[in-house]
Design a protein around this ligand. Structure first.
Ligand code: ZN
Length: 281
């Protein structure tokens, strides 16, 4: 006959006497948590099958406690490994304490310690995950900001390079833009057939807050309307550097450049007399 079966008939499973109630008291909470190994579980169930009312009631109480724990714990459940490791520790401590002070009815102290540790660990890991997530977010944000800054610098560098090229290239046509008002400064313009137009000036007065300066290309063809170009402002010191990349019209078809003051956002056609005009003779 199977030795296990013989042991069961003798009332012994995994070293437990199925009729000795006291032996099982320390296993009840672990049983309710589903943390007993198979043999211990079988032994305890065999003891319950003898009709022990004390143990049946204790199991019910422990199950209630486990349910409360599940209700209290954050949504991130502790991993099975964590639970198993915790229960192993708790049971080892319970075994060590066995014989000295038999736990009284109700929830033994080590179980409370276990529950507290489980809660703390679960909350810690949830908190840790949140903190990690936050850190990752911060790193991503600063990387994105750095990327944007670098992109902007590259853009500015490209404009500066193009501008330098327009100013130095022999193919650029240089001409003055004369002010209508003699109190205003003269502007300098350079037009490169491929790279675009560059207009520069010093001591250019700032238009009022809801106004802007706007550049116009005046076509050679008689009767044709001025072509609207960019709107712009001088900087705080009155320095003006205007770059028009890829102007919509070819230099040969353009008679002159003009600058007017327009409502903010610019106009489809000039609404005031030109403040500066420069002819491409
Ligand atoms: Zn019992």
């Amino acid at each position: 006959m199977d030795p296990k079966r013989i042991a069961a008939l003798e009332g012994r499973i995994a070293g437990y006497d199925v009729n000795n109630c006291g032996q099982f008291r320390e296993l009840i909470e672990a049983y309710a948590l589903g943390a007993l190994d198979a043999e211990e579980g079988t032994a305890f169930e065999a003891h319950l099958a003898t009709g022990c009312k004390d143990c049946a009631q204790a199991v019910e109480e422990a199950r209630w406690l486990v349910n409360q724990l599940a209700y209290l714990a954050p949504s991130a459940a502790p991993s099975d490994m964590l639970k198993a490791r915790l229960m192993q520790t708790v049971r080892a401590e319970a075994r060590a304490a066995q014989g000295s002070a038999q736990p009284k009815a109700g929830i033994p102290l080590w179980m409370w310690a276990g529950v507290a540790a489980l809660l703390v660990l679960t909350m810690y890991s949830a908190w840790d995950a949140r903190r990690l997530q936050k850190e990752i977010q911060t790193v991503n944000e600063s990387a994105a900001a750095e990327f944007r800054q670098r992109e902007q610098l590259q853009q500015e560098l490209a404009v500066a390079k193009r501008q330098a090229h327009i100013l130095t290239d022999a193919n650029s046509k240089k001409f003055a833009m004369w002010p209508h008002d003699t109190q205003m400064p003269k502007l300098e313009a350079m037009w490169h057939p491929e790279l675009g137009i560059c207009v520069m000036g010093q001591k250019v007065p700032m238009p009022s807050s809801n106004r802007t300066l706007q550049l116009w290309l005046i076509p050679k063809a008689p009767g044709s309307k001025p072509m609207p170009s960019l709107t712009f402002w001088p900087d705080a010191e009155g320095k003006l550097v205007l770059m028009v990349e890829n102007p919509p019209d070819v230099m040969a078809d353009t008679k002159a450049l003009a600058i007017t003051e327009e409502p903010a956002g610019g106009s489809p056609q000039p609404t005031s007399a030109p403040m500066w005009v420069g002819g491409l003779s």
